[in-house]
Design a binder for this molecule. Sequence first.
Ligand code: MG
Ligand code: MG
Length: 251
Amino acid sequence: MRAANQLVSRTLTEVGKLVKPGVTTKELDKVAGEFIRDNGAIPTFYGFPNPNGAPFPANICTSVNDVVVHGIPDETPLNEGDIVSIDCGALLNGFNGDSCYTFRVGSVSSEINALLKTTKEALYKGIEMAANGRRIGDVSHAIESHCTEQGYGVVREFVGHGIGREMHEEPHVPNYGKAGNGKLIRNGLCIAIEPMIVQYGREIYLMPDKWTVKTRDRGFAAHYEHTIAIHNGKPDILSSFEEIEKIENQY
Ligand code: MG
Ligand code: MG
């Protein structure tokens, strides 16, 4: 599980190096797909089934600005001040990696920086709660309360999930909920925790392509995701933002 997730993190790092004004998300997608395949893995998002439409046509999801999740890479160049959430999955030796990072395109407004900071903090607050003997609701509540305290909206229609041989397994890991509720967290459990947090209202809608999900009020959305394992009673983060953050700090 760690190897698959480290590959996803390295892919996000390679793609992140290219995120700048003028680049298209289609170019990012090509680099991601090649990197994953060159490392002996399969980009799991490619061809992912959609019960209401065509299978996902790309290797990564690229969700720009008011797109919350599942944005399809295209020929539109990114602009200074945009944000792009890049969600990536890879299957390596029978195990799944899944991680997402919201990148800044050049410099962004202080309002957007605050949204990104809070969403990433919420991810780690959720992870902290994912210890042996706690419950999924403890994770959910930690994420939700951190974001709503600062006036942000917490998307409810999409949630984190168990992960292993399949990309999406039980249990669901919502980003909202009551502490002390839900499934018991035990050693050996692997889950992807992924807050999807929006500037204003949490209402969303699905675009006619049947993938792209946008905020109703056009507020921007941030999305950070780690896959973790509960090991020796504690959360062990299998993916990593370390190299991505080093690149970011070079700006
Ligand atoms: Mg993901
Ligand atoms: Mg996921």
